[in-house]
Each structure stands twice: as structure tokens, then as C-alpha cells.
Design a binder for this molecule. Structure first.
Ligand SMILES: *Cc1c(COP(=O)(O)O)cnc(C)c1O
Length: 428
């Protein structure tokens, strides 16, 4: 059996029907923006392998740091033991994040970082004697991962609520903030959508531990960009009702939206933030949940005392070494200029899609470009076209989108945008 046949017969792929996996590419090499197939065909990774490879694949600074760490200590447990990579990464994160986010819990994937954040919020509320506050509020259109509690705060329509209804915890869903990033803000709460949050907090805040959302940019749940002012107002309201605010910056962190963190667009500091994906520049899995000294202290002083979580591979030294080097890449290059140049070029080159049949909207924020279609897009069409266009795209739901590595050249980016536009054309 050849490799692709074995794969089709024995391996699961994400969100893929085992009986009809569609076109599959065997990748043997990844360097910079390029993925190389077994037959030598090359494709630009326009997805940064799902938001991760911000500095390109096999980035020498990152792989060198990993190799050095590999020689010394790939892993040790974190219970009762500590190590320099965890400490050095911690220093960097505390330095990069706004003041007030300074207590770090490492874990091994984004979904787990979300689980930890939700647990932190509930334990914090318990510590204050608010034992009834075990539920969460969130906005529609969100995506927070695939584990059970994370799934329960994903969009109830686009997410997995239909399939798993009855098995998921009931949460409180607010309408998606109706004013988009580029629209004019108004403080009229019936127009800006905050009336729903106000009502929820006034009637049910004694059941709610925290509001969790992706700041400004909603990723897999809808690729939607909403007005940062919504976050400012929402945070004030939550504070008044002792509801914590959790920001999921797993996709948006490390420059992707044109600010180092999406929270900077709103100048809001949440009580808890989750990081992942581009944390290691796409070289190895690592995530972090970071909170304030106040939240950590309350949990410490509570009856339970300890935060009830501890992944086996917590603070994996190899992953921490990759993350330190990846953050080093952010400061070594001018990521802000790179991301803004990508945004400008995408705005220009994706604009022609606006008039094409079947297109609902075209939008760009930072190094994220989206063509929203009126109908669901079959990813297989993009997968099949990729070797010919030389661009790897993976549409999801109604969105054909890209978030290329920041190191992409203008010529390479033009290939990406023209592949996106020709994908739209091929569907009509
Ligand atoms: C990818 C993602 C997650 C889940 O991260 P995993 O590492 O896939 O578990 C959570 N939230 C957001 C916003 C994401 O984009």
C-alpha cells in the first residue's frame, strides 16, 4: 500500500469524512512560505498552517534554538521542577503583555489553555464565595477549540452544538457585536448590541463566572472583525457585575491583526488571556493562560488553594525554547511594517472579488484577508486547485481566507490573492 493509500485507509484528518477525505497532499518539506509535495510541486502556505507559522516554516533561529535545547533536555515534568526555558519565556511574555497580566500557566494546546482559563474563572469566583457562578457568557460567531468546555462556548450554529446538543454545558450567547471594525461607533446600546449584555448581567450575573471572547477578530467561527469599542464598554459592564473577562488571543496574538495583541486595538486588559498557535512560530505545540496577580492570589487563598490543572507536558522545555526564539524573531524583524504592508496589498488585490457573483463581502485586517461567500465553500475544490495555483488555501464555512507568514514577499502575496480570486471565479 503506498503512503497516500495507507493515510486514506488508517488516519483521521481534522473535520474530514474518513469515507471521502477529498484530495490529500503528501508534504515532505516546509521552508519559509513554501510547502513541497512528494513529487516536488511547491505551494505557498497561505494559511500559515492555521495561524501558526508567522515567521515561516523551518525558521533557522527557531530550529537552532530547538536543536540546542534538544541536546540538553527535551522534557522534564513541571511539578516540583522548573527550568530556564520556562523562566526565560515567562520573562518575555510578562514584558510583552500589558501590566496586570503576569501569572502564567503553560499548557500544550489552545483548547487546553481555554479549559484552564474557564477553570481559573470558576475557581476565582468560588474563592469569593460565588459558588453559583459556574456558567459563561460569550458572543455568537466565536471559536475557542474542540474540547468539551471550549466547545460549549463556540458559536452554537456554526460550531458543534447541533450535533452535541444535550452533551454540552448551557452557556449564555449574546449577539455578535453588530458594528464592524471599519464602521462608525455609536453608544446607542440598541445599535451597538450592548443592550443584550446589559440585560444578561442585570438578570443572571449571579450564574456567570466570566465573559469569554476573541477580541476584535473572530477566527474559525466567522472570520469577522468587530469594533474595539464594544470590548471597552463590555469590560466596564462586566467589572461592575464581578464577571471576569477572558480574551482568547490564540489566533490573534503576536502581530497578526496589525497590533501585537488584538486587545491593543481596544486598549483593554482582560482578567485572563489565552495564547497559542504562533507562540512557537508554528514549530511545535505550546499554549499559555495568563492572568493577573489578583486572580491568582484569590485562588491561592481559597479553600482549594491550588489551581486544579496540570498537563503532563506542561512547559515542555523544547516548546519553550522554540517560543523564546519565535518571540525573538518578532523583535528582530519589523513585524508591524511587514503586517501593514501585507494588509495594504491585500486590500488592493482582493478588492476585485467584491463584484464577483456569489461574493458577500471582502475584508482585510492586518495580515488576514477574507472573501466571504454567500454559500458554503467545499474545501476540496481549493485542495484540488492548490498544485496548479501553487497556493495552499483551506476555505472554511463560507469564507475563503488567508493569513500568510509575515515574511511573504509582495510577488508571493500576489500569487495568494490571485489564487483566492480565481477560486471565487471557479465556483460561479
Ligand atoms: C485554534 C484556536 C483554538 C484552539 O487551539 P488548538 O491548539 O487547536 O486546541 C482556540 N481559540 C482560537 C481563537 C483558535 O483559533
Amino acid at each position: 500500500m503506498n503512503s497516500l493509500d495507507f493515510d486514506a485507509r488508517h488516519l483521521w484528518h481534522p473535520y474530514t469524512n474518513v469515507l471521502d477525505p477529498g484530495p490529500m497532499h503528501l508534504i515532505t518539506d516546509a521552508e519559509g512560505v513554501w510547502l513541497t509535495r512528494e513529487d516536488g510541486t511547491r505551494m505557498i502556505d497561505a494559511m500559515s498552517s492555521w495561524w501558526c507559522a508567522a515567521h515561516g516554516h523551518r525558521n533557522p533561529a527557531i530550529t537552532n534554538a530547538m536543536q540546542a535545547q534538544l541536546q540538553r533536555m527535551p522534557h522534564v515534568m513541571f511539578g516540583g521542577l522548573t527550568h530556564q526555558p520556562a523562566i526565560d519565556l515567562g520573562r518575555k511574555l510578562v514584558e510583552l503583555l500589558p501590566t496586570g497580566l503576569d501569572r502564567i500557566f503553560y499548557s500544550d494546546s489552545g483548547s487546553v489553555a481555554i479549559e484552564v482559563a474557564l477553570k481559573m474563572a470558576v475557581q476565582y469566583q468560588m474563592a469569593l464565595g460565588n459558588t453559583g457562578r459556574t456558567q459563561f457568557a460569550t458572543i455568537r460567531g466565536g471559536y475557542h477549540g474542540d474540547t468539551w468546555k471550549a466547545m460549549s462556548v463556540c458559536d452554537p450554529v456554526n460550531g458543534m452544538h447541533g450535533l452535541f446538543s444535550g452533551a454540552l454545558s448551557i452557556q449564555h450567547f449574546l449577539p455578535c457585536p453588530p458594528i464592524s471594525f471599519d464602521q462608525e461607533w455609536t453608544d446607542d446600546t440598541t445599535l451597538n448590541g450592548l443592550d443584550a449584555l446589559e440585560e444578561l448581567l442585570e438578570t443572571k450575573s449571579d450564574q456567570i463566572a466570566a465573559l469569554i471572547l476573541e477580541p476584535v477578530v473572530q477566527g474559525a467561527g466567522g472570520m469577522y472583525f468587530y469594533h474595539p469599542k464594544w470590548l471597552q464598554r463590555a469590560q466596564k459592564m462586566c467589572k461592575a457585575h464581578d464577571v471576569l473577562v477572558i480574551f482568547d488571543e490564540i489566533a490573534t496574538g503576536f502581530g497578526r491583526t496589525g497590533e501585537l495583541f488584538a486587545m491593543h486595538h481596544a486598549a483593554v486588559v482582560p482578567d485572563i488571556v489565552c495564547l497559542g498557535k504562533a507562540l512557537t512560530g508554528g514549530h511545535i505545540t505550546l499554549a499559555a493562560t495568563i492572568t493577573s496577580e489578583n486572580v491568582a492570589r484569590r485562588i491561592g487563598e481559597s479553600e482549594a488553594g491550588v489551581l486544579m490543572h496540570g498537563p503532563t507536558y506542561m512547559a515542555n522545555p523544547l516548546a519553550c525554547a522554540a517560543a523564546i526564539a519565535s518571540l525573538g524573531q518578532l523583535s528582530a524583524r519589523d513585524w508591524r511594517t511587514e503586517v501593514h504592508a501585507i494588509a495594504d496589498q491585500m486590500k488592493h488585490e482582493l478588492a476585485p472579488a467584491r463584484g464577483l457573483p456569489g461574493v458577500a463581502d471582502v475584508r482585510v485586517l492586518g495580515a488576514i484577508g477574507v472573501i466571504e461567500m454567500e454559500q458554503w465553500v467545499d474545501p476540496s475544490i481549493a485542495h484540488a486547485l492548490a498544485p496548479d495555483t501553487g497556493v495552499w488555501l483551506r476555505p472554511f464555512a463560507r469564507n475563503i481566507y488567508c493569513m500568510p507568514p509575515y515574511i511573504i514577499t509582495p510577488e508571493e502575496l500576489s500569487r495568494v490573492t490571485s489564487a483566492m480570486v480565481s477560486l471565487v471565479r471557479s465556483m460561479s
